[in-house]
Write a protein of this length. Sequence first.
Length: 198
Amino acid sequence: MTEDMIRERVKAELKEKRFRHVEGVVQTADRLARIHGANPEHARLAAWIHDFCRQWPKEKLVQTAKDMNIEEQYFEMPELLHGHIAAGLAPQEFGITDEDVLNAARFHTSGRTNMSLLEKVVYLADAIEPGRKYPAVEEIRKVAEEDLDLALALSFDNTIEYLIQRREPIFPLTVIARNGIWRKVKESRSEQASFDIK
Ligand SMILES: Nc1ncnc2c1ncn2[C@@H]1O[C@H](COP(=O)(O)OP(=O)(O)O)[C@@H](O)[C@H]1O
C-alpha cells in the first residue's frame, strides 16, 4: 500500500478532528525524525496508523484485544488498547510489517522503558503536534527539537501530572519508563555542573 492509500484508509475511519490530529502527528513525526536521525518514512507510517482504532467503542477494543492475545495488563486501561490493536491489524490492513514501526504505534500512548528512537519520535509527535494545547506544550515542543530524551521525560511528567490532577489511574509501566528516562537524562548530563531544569 502506498502512503497515499494508507492516508485515505485512515481518513475514512476517523472523524475530521481526529484525522487532523493524525495529520499533525505525521508532519511532526517527519520533522522530528529528520532532526534526530530516525527514518522519516517509518515515522510517518507509524504516525498515520497510530490512532486508526481510536474511535472504536470500548467493547470492540476489548474483544479484539482478547482475540489478538494482547497482554493482560493493558486491559485494565482500555485507553491504551487502540495503539496495540492498530499495530496488530497493520500487516493485513496496510501491509506494514516493520517491527519498529509497529512498536511505535503500539506504545504511542503509554510509552515504555528503553524506547527506540522511532518510538520516542512518534510518542513525542503525538504529544506536541500543532493541534495540542496544554500549558507545558510550548516548552516540550522547544526541547524536542534539541533533546529527545529530555522532551520525553518532560512529556511523561506532564501526562502523569495530568492524570493525577484528574484522579485517573496511571499505567505502571509509564511510571517505570518515566523513572528510567529521567535517570538517563541526568546521567548523561552529570558532567555538566550547571545542569538545571526549570
Ligand atoms: N500512561 C497512561 N496511563 C493511563 N492512562 C493514560 C496514560 N496516557 C494516557 N492515558 C489516557 O489515555 C487517553 C488517551 O491518551 P492521548 O495521548 O490523549 O490519546 P492518543 O493515544 O489517542 O494520542 C488520555 O485521555 C488518558 O486518560
